[in-house]
Write a protein that binds this ligand. Sequence first.
Ligand SMILES: [Zn+2]
Length: 418
Amino acid sequence: MTPRQWAACTLGVLVVALVVYAAVVIPWHRPPAPRADQLDALGRLPADQVRRAKAFHADLRPGSYGALAVGLAAALLLGLTPLGARLVSFAGRPFGDHWIAQAVLGGLLVVLVVEVITLPFAAWRHVIVVRYGISTQGWGAWSADMAKSYAVGAVIGGLALLGFYTVTRLAPHWWWAFGAAGAAALVVLLSFVLPVVVEPIFNKFTPMAQGPLRTELMSLAARDNVPVRDVLVADASRRTKAVNAYVSGFGPTRRIVVYDTMLTEATPDEVVSVAAHELGHAKRGDVVIGTVIGALGAAAAVIVLYLLGSLGWLLRLAGTGSMGEPRTIALLLALVTVAGLIGGPIQALVSRRVEARADAHALDLTGDAATFEAMQRRLGTVNLSDPDPPTWEYLMYASHPSTVERVAAARAYARGER
Ligand SMILES: [Zn+2]
């Protein structure tokens, strides 16, 4: 068999593995609550709160879709014309056209161009988020966050590109195999490293003060048989008024993280309800599930890239000769952007099912549907989430069930139906 045939076979195996794994571990059998129950829940929410949340999201839309459209157009323009290849050559010129300079600096330059073009839309979104009182950041702090994000992306992306083009040079016919293994390994590594190394760049974490709430959260985890090392409070209020909580880390390093905003905005019972949801993720190994799916997906994506590399017309459009040379970075970015658009709704669907299972876990663990519902309403009021988003937006982007779905599910639980 030729390397191409091996690649096609491996891709087939990966796709089957991905589909089988997702079919087995994702709780597909948990459909959203009936629409009538959702509409009933919507009808009981304060009308002015619903109006305000809808207005907020309507005001955000031009900035969000503007960024999406312009970002896509820029990626396609750079990737499907020789413009991107020229940018990469330009970045490598001061270094004698060395491939390492092209791979790392060229990659950073291409991404920077797209970032700069979409920056006005991000600023527009920031204006709206400040106007509605969600963000507490001035322009200085906002810019610092943007710069930090770009720097983190630059380090991770730079290393990934360096690794990728090293492999394409060393193994011109078999790079897809090493690249696929490397991409999968990178996904696994990042899921360990991001919470410990990257999150502290953006937030400070301090152990929650000794007291009844901390004791309650630790005993909740113990009752759930989920070992938890600590309860940490993140200083989210420096950035936002929104409330949130999450569990990160594996096994003995696992910790519950609560936004400091949650401690001021929500009642202790509501914090317990959210923590119970997060313990649901830990108990079912949702971080591991996400990591495995991400790793299989990343490996498959590298092989797809390799196979696309035999399409002469695609490479000619991009003004390059092979997928394995750094001048194709912009083409990679264009393909990744398109793949993200196609894969987004699938990812969102998987995420919603997993989130609904964590909700059910919270209800089972606390047995307190009333507090769960109060917390969902609070999330809606404080975070201004759209309680019942438009269908297409929900299908494209919603990583969580909507507020009305979650409230309806809680009522069904209270009636003993779930
Ligand atoms: Zn969750």
